[in-house]
Design a protein around this ligand. Structure first.
Ligand code: DX5
Ligand code: ZN
Length: 226
């Protein structure tokens, strides 16, 4: 089985020290840096824009996994790619122009991701897969870190993984929301390639201990229902 990638979300880091947070995650063996962009419209919370992505780009060698929780993301794709986003993920619910924006992301030189909220029908994933480098299955409602994992998400990861294997084996399956040492093994067993983790990495203790704990949890035999 390919190594599971861990993408710490800086949403749970100290916003006055984001460069240090990214550097700590990199030093601790993180695989990507997940950047949650929120506009106060698609989701209630507001976070960062392209300038912050540009600053992060200068703080880490890791790829930046930019998760756009913004309405009409097509307006900002070029700005985020120019700032250094390696993956640009848009929400299926955020635009009527999905095919156009996925093409736009790739033409701009980034990898294209599609995120789906917890009850969004997965048909859109199946249709979009030929245009995708990453599918992001939300396991909480987007907007805030530290929320509990929605258990039905495991079945959605399994279904997404089956579609991915059939339609576009090169596309990564990423899971975002409520990932902890308890929930991570179940989503990996369901077929996730990339785990986003915010509060489990930055919310307590040290980044290196927290990443080590997540890795250790993944190497344990899976407990059903975890
Ligand atoms: C939620 C964001 C997540 C968030 C996850 O809208 O998309 O990336 O940072 O935080 P945790 O891991 O604490 O659930
Ligand atoms: Zn996210």
């Amino acid at each position: 089985m390919a190594k599971v990638l861990i993408a710490p979300s800086i949403l749970s880091a100290d916003f006055s020290r984001l460069g240090a947070a990214a550097a700590a995650a990199e030093a601790a063996g993180a695989d990507l840096i997940h950047v949650d962009v929120m506009d106060g419209h698609f989701v209630p919370n507001i976070t960062f824009g392209p300038a912050v992505v540009g600053s992060l780009k200068r703080s880490t060698q890791l790829s930046l996994d930019v998760h756009l929780m913004i309405s009409r993301p097509e307006r900002y794709v070029a700005d985020f790619v120019d700032a250094g986003a390696d993956f640009v993920t848009v929400h299926a619910e955020a635009t009527p122009h999905l095919h156009g924006i996925l093409t736009q992301v790739r033409q701009a030189g980034a990898k294209a991701g599609l995120a789906v909220n917890p009850l969004t029908p997965l048909d859109v994933v199946e249709l979009a897969l030929p245009y995708l480098d990453l599918v992001l299955v939300m396991s909480v409602n987007p907007g805030f870190g530290g929320q509990p994992f929605i258990p039905g998400s495991v079945a959605r990861v399994e279904a997404t993984r089956r579609m991915r294997d059939r339609v576009n084996p090169n596309c990564l399956v990423e899971v975002d929301g409520g990932i902890t040492t308890k929930t991570a093994p179940g989503v990996v067993a369901a077929g996730a390639d990339v785990l986003v983790a915010g509060s489990a990495v930055f919310g307590h203790g040290t980044v290196s201990e927290n990443l080590a704990a997540l890795r250790a949890a993944l190497s344990q035999p899976n407990e059903p229902g975890a």
